[in-house]
Write a protein that binds this ligand. Sequence first.
Ligand SMILES: C[S@@+](CC[C@H](N)C(=O)[O-])C[C@H]1O[C@@H](n2cnc3c(N)ncnc32)[C@H](O)[C@@H]1O
Length: 355
Amino acid sequence: MDDSGALRAELADQLLGDGVLRDPKWLKAFRAVPRHEFLPRFYRQLRGGDWEQITADDPGWLELVYADRVWVTQFDGDDTVTGGTPTCSSSMPTIMAIMLEALDVHNGQSVLEVGTGTGYNAALLCHAVGSGNVTTIDVDPHLSQRARERLHGNGFFPTCVTGDGALGHPERAPYDRLLATCSVASIPPAWLEQTRQGGLVVTTLHRPIGAGLVLIVSNGDGTGEGRVLPEDGRFMPLRAHAHPPALAGTGSYDRRTTTLRLDTVIDPASPFEFFAGISLPDVVAGHNWLAHSDGSWVHHHGSHVDQGGPRRLWNIAENALIDWHDLGKPRRSQFGITIGGDGQHLTLGDLQWHL
Ligand SMILES: C[S@@+](CC[C@H](N)C(=O)[O-])C[C@H]1O[C@@H](n2cnc3c(N)ncnc32)[C@H](O)[C@@H]1O
């Protein structure tokens, strides 16, 4: 076994040992598909926040490729810049494995992947269910072209499409499975329309606070029901679903004391964060602030908060914490999701919130 084979086996065994890989076909795929062929160049973030480019010529490149880490491969849709907003990455293998397992795909079933990116995940899909069953779409023509070449060079021949994945790819529909490796603010109607009855859609919800990995069973008519998965999954958004930045504002404000810590509200590791996100839709967070594009903002100073703009976001967060306690502190996996004629909702028992 060459170096890459040994590193690949180590990564696959780690995913198995961690319990995220269970199905032998995914174990085989992670052992076989050469991630390094799809990552000849990527970027690593340094402590200060700057990015450094890592290429196949750098010592340590191969070990980094097979680390269980997400690697950014493009910023601002531009292949020539180092730094900016990441617009393509090869996702963290743990998250890929969780999503592939959730997809519950069987031999002979057709899959649409939205977000080809480097092509690595598409290669895993091809290995598991056969190239002829895999369609993958990316909005970025350069990424799409490069991924196609790398897939072909490694013996994988899925249908590679350049286009807006929010529209699916009707030419090859209906699909048995749809996997989105970019996140969405709401489920694009085409995804459920192009998925067979009983088919599955796996994606992540793009919510600045309280993102969620969801599994939806299609009714075959554009509607569906599903659930939020226990694992946390955060992906870069579908390009049209990215939020405009909402910066913490200035102007007049109220100051008062608080005992609620900011990380209780915004840290993905906090059990309250998912519910906080439901109560604070479209609110973005920084290391000591929250803000909404309507001009509402909070500066959190530890023991006190300043709040400005039309709404008092911190009051909303504190009330949400009380509601969350009253509801028995529900975890993300207790929430359902419905996509129906009356809109898209997150649900908890009889309660529902618009997505
Ligand atoms: C996290 S990367 C996908 C990782 C990929 N599956 C891999 O294995 O490398 C997200 C991808 O979604 C793509 N994307 C963003 N908006 C899109 C859209 N509207 N339609 C299709 N792809 C989109 C980006 O260009 C980017 O390549």
